[in-house]
Design a protein around this ligand. Sequence first.
Ligand SMILES: *Cc1c(COP(=O)(O)O)cnc(C)c1O
Length: 382
Amino acid sequence: MSPASAATDRIYLSPPHMGPRERELLLDAFDSNWVAPLGPHVDAFEAEFAAFTGVPHAAALSSGTGGLHLALELCGVGPGDEVFVPTFTFVATANAVGYRGATPVLIDASLESWNLDPDLVTDELDRRAATGTLPKAVISVDLYGQCAHYDPLLAACDRHGVALIEDAAEALGATYKGVHSGGFGRIGVFSFNGNKIMTTSGGGMVVSHDAELVERTRFLATQAREPAPHYEHLVAGNNYRMSNLLAAVGRGQLEALPPKIERRRAINRAYREALADIPGVGFLPDAITGTPTNWLTVMTLDPHLAPTNPTTLRVHLETHNIEARPAWKPMHLQPLFANAPVVGGHVSEHLFATGLCLPSGSSLTEADQDRVIAAMRELLHP
Ligand SMILES: *Cc1c(COP(=O)(O)O)cnc(C)c1O
């Protein structure tokens, strides 16, 4: 590749990062003719994933969204129920609540970790308990590769007997007080979508300390077929299981995950160092309670101090063929959820207005990152 083309190659936000092992395992699955859903690579992937996260039971699915849908069903969420959900998240979290015919109650983030504000959740649960209107469940999201603040969240949920579901789709490899993401709630859900820290092109995993819940997840994900020689059904299931081909890719990705997490952390450090002299530049803070993976590095530009704003900077980067994206647009600002109840909202509105996600993929080279930083500094003067 000539230097001229290297300078104009597109730099993506978080592209898939494959290695030779993934290819080898994929071909193994193909050559064995286990091209059907399920198969030996699915079983092995589940066991290896459980070992990695330390959450003992795991079921591989076709998406994280499907996992959230089943997690809500397994926690008894149904039509007319309410579920607390962060307003600052990807739409899949709130959509899953709608799939159950339930209503999301959108709760604001805290500035410390950009995750669910534990004080808001605690106060709202106390208030709801007093009026007999507790939600059926709380979904907490570990956003951008960082765990939510689980001690106060779990204390409040436990006190009121409300199930907590952990949407860990963005946080594989992150820890909270030394414990891996995924195992804090009754059920944890991961995603292997194309832009996540590891990918199977599409896929997800449900994990739990409760073997029965994971067994039930498998059952509901394979059309809820009762044990009988003919097709016998008591309840409506889904077709949510992972294919053996994709599980083979997932095993290769999981093997190579630790250095990819380290690379994302190094990318985050390099952005912080390179922009430390620019007034008004901030970043998603590292919570003192854990270790993030820095799945995405998200910067903030203070409107009163910074030399530019996120929109101008994003459009400028695009002229250099560099992909950057706004922070999540809060759910309470989405037309889709215009009628959903909201608790707070100013913090997530502020993060949406000031945040910008930067290229953060583990395959980003130092030269690529230098190109991103040089382009940014054309607008960001000290
Ligand atoms: C990616 C993501 C999901 C959805 O996972 P899919 O595997 O794409 O269905 C859910 N929640 C959050 C927070 C995500 O980032």
